[in-house]
Design a protein around this ligand. Structure first.
Ligand SMILES: *[C@@H]1O[C@H](CO)[C@@H](O)[C@H](O)[C@H]1NC(C)=O
Ligand SMILES: *[C@@H]1O[C@H](CO)[C@@H](O)[C@H](O)[C@H]1NC(C)=O
Ligand SMILES: *[C@@H]1O[C@H](CO)[C@@H](O)[C@H](O)[C@H]1NC(C)=O
Ligand SMILES: *[C@@H]1O[C@H](CO)[C@@H](O)[C@H](O)[C@H]1NC(C)=O
Length: 250
């Protein structure tokens, strides 16, 4: 039970992610869907903006990774289909028949037709294999301490970390992660897949994309990636010790 509370403390401030982001500014003009495809193939995804600080840091005008299916659907980030909490709409926005989002040079957001061609920004995530055998929680702590910020307060260390246990969303994420995992000394590596009060989620904040994942029992179970397997995830006792993958924006 105590462990559960500690995990809650770490995970609770998840929605206000403060990261040191560096972005790729691509000079091409692409439709929103083409921009997403470009970013997913050549980098990680279209840029995601979760806080006012991140939005200010962008200094850029063009597509961001936010869109919706239609006027009655929620606005979701391309990465992981995460429903947006933070928004920075300009006055009168969004328009009810425009479903993709452009960031203007003054930082305000406006909806635009998804077929318009615009600049866009991709972001890049890098993976690091740690060849040490640790429990899931030790692995999480290790990743989050990689930038040197370790404090007594789990919430504040959360706010400062640049690294996290890896989140795997796109097919390219899996390909890259499996390639890097080949050098692990264990057959499976921990990923950032964890459960909180019976809900599976990625520790980086993305929604869980697999609906077939067992709902119970989940107590004490965490996610792994099998080096040689084809399954997107495996579920193991969090106390087992194995290598793990950390990720960071680069
Ligand atoms: C990835 O980048 C290459 C080289 O810039 C480009 O030719 C290719 O079309 C890009 N991939 C996608 C899916 O846009
Ligand atoms: C981790 O565990 C694997 C498999 O049990 C073992 O081969 C490897 O030597 C261990 N690595 C370390 C650093 O202890
Ligand atoms: C695995 O380790 C070898 C030797 O250190 C290195 O040359 C290779 O690039 C590594 N492979 C991956 C996918 O990181
Ligand atoms: C995984 O694949 C590698 C290379 O094909 C092989 O050497 C290794 O024995 C395999 N490991 C398992 C657990 O099947």
């Amino acid at each position: 039970m105590r462990k559960h509370v500690a995990l809650l403390l770490i995970l609770f401030p998840m929605c206000g992610h403060l990261l040191n982001l560096k972005f790729y500014n691509d000079p091409y003009k692409y439709t929103w869907a083409d921009a997403e495809a470009f970013c997913r193939e050549n980098h990680t995804d279209l840029v995601r903006v979760r806080t006012a600080e991140e939005n200010t840091a962008l200094q850029y005008s063009g597509w961001i990774g936010l869109s919706r299916k239609d006027a009655t659907s929620p606005w979701k980030w391309s990465r992981g289909g995460e429903i947006t909490i933070f928004t920075q709409w300009d006055g009168g926005e969004p328009d009810h028949n425009e479903n993709c989002v452009n960031r203007k040079s003054d930082g305000k957001w406006e909806s635009k037709g998804c077929g318009e061609k615009r600049n866009f920004l991709c972001y890049e995530e890098k993976l690091i294999l740690v060849k040490e055998n640790k429990t899931w929680e030790e692995a999480l702590e290790h990743c989050r301490s990689l930038n040197g910020v370790v404090t007594e307060d789990p919430a504040s260390s959360y706010w400062n970390h640049d690294y996290d246990l890896v989140t795997l969303i796109t097919p390219k994420d899996y390909t890259t992660a499996r390639e890097i995992a080949q050098n692990a000394t264990t057959d499976e590596v921990w990923t950032g897949l964890c459960n909180l009060a019976g809900e599976w989620l990625w520790v980086g904040g993305e929604e869980m994309q697999y609906e077939d994942i067992p709902k119970c029992p989940t107590e004490g179970l965490c996610g792994v990636l099998e080096k040689n397997g084809t399954a997107p995830y495996g579920i193991r006792n969090c106390q087992q010790k194995r290598n793990f993958l950390c990720s960071t924006f680069n």
